[in-house]
Design a protein around this ligand. Sequence first.
Ligand SMILES: *[C@@H]1O[C@H](CO)[C@@H](O)[C@H](O)[C@H]1NC(C)=O
Ligand SMILES: *[C@@H]1O[C@H](CO)[C@@H](O)[C@H](O)[C@H]1NC(C)=O
Length: 600
Amino acid sequence: MNRLALAGAKCRRLFTRQTLLIALALCIVWFLGMHFRSDISQHWSELGTQLPDLRKQPTRMPTHNVLPPLAERVLCHGPRGHLLGQSPDDDLVERELDGPYHMPWAGNYEETGLDLTVMSVDQRYGPYGYGEDRDDYGRQKVDWDKVDWGQLQNDCFERNRHRFPESATRFNDTRTAQPRFTFRDVAKIPEVRHWHEFEPSRRTAIVVRTWRGYQYMPEDLHYLRSLVAETTLKTGAEYQVILLVDMKDYEGYENNIFASDEAYKQGLVDAGVPPEFQSIALLWDVRLLQSWYPMIEEHRTMWQVFQPMQLLALHYPEFDHFWQVELDMRFLGDAGKFLDRLATTARNEPRKQALERASFWHMIAETGDYGEFFRSVDAANQGGSHAWGPMRVREILPIGPDPPTPDPRNDTFAWGVGEEADALMTSFCMDANIPNEWVFKEWIYGLASGVRTPRFYCPPAIQRGSRSLLLAIHQAQLELGIRVPSEATLASFALWHGLKLSFPQHPVFHRDRDDVENRRGWWRGGPRASSTGLGPDTSAHPRGDGLTFWWESTWAKQVFSAWMGRALEEGVPRPWIVDEWGGKLWLPNILLHPVKHVVP
Ligand SMILES: *[C@@H]1O[C@H](CO)[C@@H](O)[C@H](O)[C@H]1NC(C)=O
Ligand SMILES: *[C@@H]1O[C@H](CO)[C@@H](O)[C@H](O)[C@H]1NC(C)=O
């Protein structure tokens, strides 16, 4: 327990011994002493921070939390009315190579279990309408405006209903169902909800962030169709894709969508979502965030991208996990298999040193296979772990479990194996408290320890958060105004609460694959050169513009464009990773980001 919690417990115990007045006086003296003694307290009151109500100690999670596997998946119908998996027109054509597969620059295929396959663009997106205008399309054509991806997902869920617990539900058509998002002062649900109020549903929401005025190009439609078909429809409805539409009312949009049913209906029209996706579009606007989080003046995406996700977890708690995905991503293999493998890798990962492993990139060329990497992180930590149970922050009353043994050195990498990750990252995490150039370094509010608070940031915010974690963040933001920037939110709150964090190291490639100096600049000596075992000692690294998955990459889009057969800009060579044989262009099974659509 932290100091304040301990003192609170002491105060409570005293009360019951009928020494009420004396005890109260002592507690007040102690509290004033605490409050005015140190700089920290001064800083604290200046920041207007508050403490949680210590009388309301949250229920902690059990130490072991492994769910049984689900029954076998039942096939579902795709947009052509056929059962997926039995319909060549709907199927991807994943090829295996004759020769060796490209070696990832960072991450790996071995531990993540991703398939060593390649696809051409027509094999990848053909099922979703790519090339349908050509004579040689060769697949049954679809009238996409007549497809209802919400209905297809619900039908799939009904076929698989028996596999899920009672708490799993269909996702009703958002055009006809009463919208559940409401302003806080008229909400019919409790303002704060807790992890233990919900049973696992075994379903994951895939939340695609979009906005009013977004121009949906054919490549966006191919991507979104592939996402629904490959995640929900090919997994027996273990996923549910939702479009979360920001109405951008700060850009002169006057319609207050939550003022009336009519206003919301008008919003659905104005949102501009293509007909086939309208039944899975959920609208929100900044007024909703202002109403729920008045203590936080900042709601913009770069700082608070998870606020709408927190409200989604509060209002739609029938999902165990919430993936935040973006329109500027491209899964070059089956998206459902990809997300499944990330989830499985995270589930199989032990808790011990999960943060430490997440703070280094696994690079085969530097350290060998994943097993070598794992052992070198262990050696750098001398068998210990920096995140063993909650990382104490006095404003946070942790909900995560106590470790099975007080000393991590006595754990044989068994704890947490089989447990779902509450915070699943898609890139490595950096410690905000080592000297660094992080632009958001000072952006932390609501915590007495301010910039000294342990924090980790793992950009991009393409991440999965559990309902439990999102509800806990919601509570801290609503009651105490605690906030860190988007890319630090899930990781930091997960660590403060002692929840499981995982970064499954999916493969990433680099434009300058032979530039050893550049690679060493990212490797920074790896675990063996780290004085703490928790990330490299320096946060400085080369620019990431040549990576296939990195927030500032420019190469990701070139890779995608070249594979699509588009002309690249003057002087830009065809990326080496695009292979040509048999008259087609091929790419390996990776996730690209960012790939912003091309608007002609
Ligand atoms: C969906 O709609 C049906 C019929 O209107 C209703 O009975 C059900 O409770 C709704 N389900 C959810 C999860 O909202
Ligand atoms: C590990 O556990 C044993 C008892 O099983 C105990 O004697 C030993 O001190 C523990 N080691 C550490 C490092 O806590």
